[in-house]
Design a protein around this ligand. Structure first.
Ligand code: AHR
Length: 535
């Protein structure tokens, strides 16, 4: 791996002056933040020396599986009820009970898969209470959004279903019958029941989760106990829809402990014909210290740096677990599936703490970009990831309040990164330098590149430094390009947010840059994310 996230030596110090030319087409607010240098020689102060990036298109890496841009929608807080489901009789515009505004927004993200119904919720979910004309509520769960509604939602936004079955309180038979309900033809008893409930064609289940955090909320199982359960579920839970191959994902590590990974992978290596898995789950949240306490609004640069530091630690988590998996699976058949990740912060004041509601700021945008970059660098092993969570919960794409909806900075990053879905990783080499805030030292910048299926090269650059802009000078050896265009996401402050009353405080803006003499030069704002396509 040539791209280097961690710097060896500091090459740039923050907080120096800016020797860049300001672009004239920017709004006044953006001008304060975004400094765009169009192929301009930067006669700078040493501290503003461009980050020298070399792009090596002759050595393509792995394909960045589009599934790393997956989402997670749990029955938690207002993630489902209010966020997705408002009911058919709602005055909020909906299609069969599902919010139209949310569907439209999500379609633009080309969401590859959605994990549902949990989370911890999945390991106590009784799917039968959520089908048919008469729903059977549970405490705090009306069950009006069940399997058929989820599949309708998945179809409306154009995504694949990642179903987590109940391996905690449920039986293998319960889970097998759920899959039968979803995927069997109509001459099957449960397939016929699905047809009576309005959907004759078998559903497609692309991914099956075999439990969730079974070392804790999923049943506090020892690794060996879990492996025995997981093997039974893997064998007996059958997908009957041959039009959709289904991948199975087993529970992976608790924190950094190797126990589950070792046990699951050792079992996998010695597996018989009767069961298999194609993925191992990893959950990793950036918190800045447990329990989650960092505020999601009104924070300072220290809290910004603390959270970004945690996000970057994802790299080490993946390396540690990958090293264990490599022992059993050097051919990388089993994917590492980071099916819960994101910022977990203090709940929004006044909200029910159990609902895990939090605002989403420019800090989240930087965190999202850095995390996606980590996944992309590990694309040979990390072939799926699901940000937690899609709507109104934790690091959400979208916030809703009754009939109002707002797109978060994280949404915008996911939108800007769409060209990276299924693109081939292109190595970049650079020295990231350092940025220090309140004693926390981080790399100053980050960047990745990839070539899409049409042959176009995309570069994503993140300026982590919250105080100073950063100039990137990218050598494009062997690549014919005269310019680059794309979008940049910056904000007046690192804690800037979009609210229902001011929804566009953090919004992407168009940028372009010329390439001259085989070099592309661009200067970006502090704490910003920029994605450019070479032309
Ligand atoms: O995403 C919130 C919770 O975090 C999930 O339910 C659980 O799997 C994890 O601990």
């Amino acid at each position: 791996m040539i791209s280097r996230l961690w710097p060896r030596t500091p090459c740039i110090s923050p907080s120096d002056g800016q020797a860049v030319r300001r672009s004239s087409f920017l709004t006044r607010a953006a001008r304060g933040a975004l400094l765009l240098c169009i192929a301009t020689p930067v006669t700078a102060h040493a501290a503003d020396a461009p980050v020298q990036v070399t792009l090596d298109a002759s050595r393509p890496g792995a394909v960045i599986d589009r599934n790393i841009f997956g989402q997670f929608a749990e029955h938690l807080g207002s993630g489902i009820y209010g966020g997705i489901w408002v009911g058919k009789d709602s005055t909020i515009p909906n299609t069969r009970g599902i919010r139209k505004d949310v569907v439209e927004a999500l379609k633009a993200l080309k969401v590859p898969n959605v994990r549902w119904p949990g989370g911890c919720f999945a390991d106590q979910y009784d799917w039968r209470r959520g089908i048919g004309p008469e729903r059977k509520p549970a405490v705090g769960e009306p069950n009006s959004f069940g399997t058929d509604e989820f599949m309708d939602f998945a179809q409306q936004i154009g995504t694949e279903a990642y179903i987590s079955v109940n391996l905690g309180s449920g039986t293998a038979q319960d889970a097998a019958e759920w899959l039968e309900y979803m995927t069997a033809p109509t001459d099957d008893f449960l397939g016929a029941e699905r047809a009576r409930n309005g959907h004759a064609a078998p559903y497609k289940v692309a991914i099956l989760g075999l439990g969730n955090e079974s070392w804790d909320c999923g049943g506090a199982m020892s690794a060996d106990f879990y492996v025995n359960e997981m093997k039974r579920f893997s064998h007996f839970v059958t997908n009957y829809n041959s039009a959709q191959p289904m991948k199975r994902v087993a529970v992976g590590p608790s924190g950094t402990a190797p126990t589950y990974t070792d046990a699951v992978m050792a079992a996998w290596k010695g597996r018989s014909y009767s069961w298999d898995i194609q993925g191992l789950s990893l959950h990793f949240y950036a918190t800045g210290g447990w329990p989650p306490h960092l505020p999601s609004t009104g924070f300072d640069e220290k809290d910004y740096a603390a959270l970004v530091k945690d996000a970057i630690a994802m790299d080490g988590m993946i390396k540690t677990q990958s090293a264990i998996i490599d022992k059993y699976d050097p051919e990388k058949k089993v994917a590492l599936v980071v099916d819960e990740w994101g910022a977990w912060l203090a709940p929004t004041p006044g909200s029910n703490p159990g609902g895990l509601a939090q605002q989403n700021s420019q800090r989240d945008a930087v965190l999202a970009a850095l995390s996606i970059n980590v996944f992309a660098r590990h694309a040979d092993r990390v072939r799926m990831a699901n940000i937690a969570q899609m709507i109104n919960v934790l690091q959400a794409m979208i916030l809703t309040d009754k009939n109002r909806m707002v797109l978060t900075p994280t949404y915008h990053v996911f939108h800007m990164y769409v060209p990276f879905q299924d693109a081939t990783f292109v190595p970049l080499s650079f020295d990231a330098g350092t940025y220090t805030a309140s004693g926390i030292t981080l790399p100053r910048v980050d960047a990745i590149a990839a070539r899409d299926k049409a042959g176009k090269i995309w570069i994503a650059v993140t300026n982590i430094d919250a105080k100073s802009p950063a100039t990137f000078s990218v050598s494009l050896a062997g690549v014919k390009a005269t310019k680059a265009s794309g979008q940049t996401l910056s904000a007046p402050k690192v804690d800037s947010v979009n609210s229902f009353d001011a929804p566009d405080i953090v919004a992407p803006k168009a940028v372009s840059a010329k390439a001259a003499g085989g070099k592309l030069t661009i200067t970006v704002a502090p704490a910003s994310v920029t994605v450019l396509g070479l032309e």
